[in-house]
Design a protein around this ligand. Sequence first.
Ligand code: ZN
Ligand code: ZN
Length: 297
Amino acid sequence: MVKSHRFLPFHLIQKRNGDHSDRWSLKSLGLRIQLGHPPGSECLIPAREFNDDFVVIDRDMVHEVAIDYCGCGHTTKGQAEQLMDQRLWPATLINPKAAPTFRCLEERYPSLLRMVHEWRHSRMLNRAGRGHDPERVDKTGVGECALLRPPCLHPGMNMAEGWENAPAETQHIHTLNIGLDANYRLKRKDMSSDAADPGLCKGFASSIYDPPFRERSLKHDMKQSWDHSRDRELTRVQLKSNMDRWLRGQSFNTKALNLLSTLHKKISAAMEEYLKAISPLLVLGDLIGEKNVDKVF
Ligand SMILES: [Zn+2]
Ligand SMILES: [Zn+2]
């Protein structure tokens, strides 16, 4: 039975047991899948998969299988490549424990993506305890599932309270600049409409809910259109305001400061080189009684 299934490792064996039949996996009957060798040929030193608890997700079910990598040197390929050669897509590169079959991904990829997307969304709601709210998920408020980010400024926690009452000219000391433009650039990319592709998460967590964002952007748009020139204009305005702030000394531009210090270092290194090169020349000039020999060159 095992021998006849060497090329059909994802079959299930049914064994008659009185009035019903039991299902046996080929692994439990002793079938091992040898990778790194042509099908049917043996490896002299099979390297048993770590922990021997590999699962293959096929289009019909999840199979527990016994995997042996090649350990005899017949192939130089790593674990992942040996799996891929058998049309198995490893979940990770080092000691993978699971792999869907290529045919499973080919046929079910959109469904899998959708399931993962939905799963992540429902996990987020679950972790935020939304299932315990009598008003349920529909009444989840904007930002309700978002986590408090330690790097962000929280008055009373990592910044002084009452910053908004500080005089305008010193309010800037409370500014925190992490990136030139963070996620909002992504929001301005071309994308489908919310009507055509409604999101599950309507601003529940950290990302902005699109319709109000668009509405607001359009309201402030002179041309009342969502086009690339507006995109560029936004970037330009953003860059300009960042630059202005930087020039006014209201924020740190670490990159520019780093660049400046690198330039300074390079200039002083060049000066040193120059002085080193010029000193023998000056000594020589002294010897032949020629002043300003460095000016000649
Ligand atoms: Zn069979
Ligand atoms: Zn081998």
